[in-house]
Design a protein around this ligand. Structure first.
Ligand SMILES: [Zn+2]
Ligand SMILES: [Zn+2]
Ligand SMILES: [Zn+2]
Length: 175
């Protein structure tokens, strides 16, 4: 570890201990600076050092080029999957290599169930605020046309309900 890393490059003061934002990002502020919640402004030195969150390699493959995807967390706590064959060139401000990026607002887990509409696999999707739904793995969202793409099958799960309990909504009662 380089000792200079712990000194503010703006004013030369030591940095405060690492703190964590509500979204799980880690940062170090200059100890000459502080956030004033009343004025919503930084007071004193405004240097903030964001600590890199290591990208996690996923088992999923890039739909564009077939390289593996990595999970990355931005400094605003947003999660995205991006192609490991792509990288950001800071000088040209352009993506080099594969530009596939998928923003994640929640967590998707594969399910061992088939979509009743199209027969593809279902996934269990947990939104950023903890709501769960089952949806078809072929579904997507086209940001440009603001329309859902692929299969539109969605089933919201009520709180506390397990995935198997929810099967009742499809099957006729067995009496
Ligand atoms: Zn400073
Ligand atoms: Zn790719
Ligand atoms: Zn489907």
């Amino acid at each position: 570890m380089n000792k200079n890393d712990d000194v503010c490059p703006k004013c030369g003061s030591p940095l405060s201990p690492i703190s964590e934002t509500s979204t799980g990002r880690k940062l170090q502020r200059c100890n000459q600076g502080s956030w004033n919640p009343q004025t919503h402004k930084n007071e004193g030195c405004d240097y903030v050092k964001w600590l890199e969150v290591e990208p996690v390699e996923l088992e999923e493959k890039c739909p564009k080029c077939g390289a593996s995807l990595v999970l990355q967390v931005t400094r605003f706590g947003k999660k995205m999957k991006k192609c490991s064959a792509g990288s950001w060139d800071k000088e040209t401000k352009k993506v080099v290599g594969c530009d596939y990026v998928e923003w994640i607002n929640g967590i998707t887990e594969p399910l061992d169930e088939k979509c009743p509409k199209c027969g593809e696999n279902l996934v269990l999707y947990t939104t950023a605020n903890g709501k769960k739904m089952k949806k078809c793995s072929t579904s997507g969202w086209d940001k440009e046309s603001k329309k859902a793409t692929g299969c539109d099958y969605v089933l919201w799960l009520k709180a506390g309900q397990t995935a198997s309990d929810n099967g009742e909504e499809f099957l006729p009662p067995e009496e």
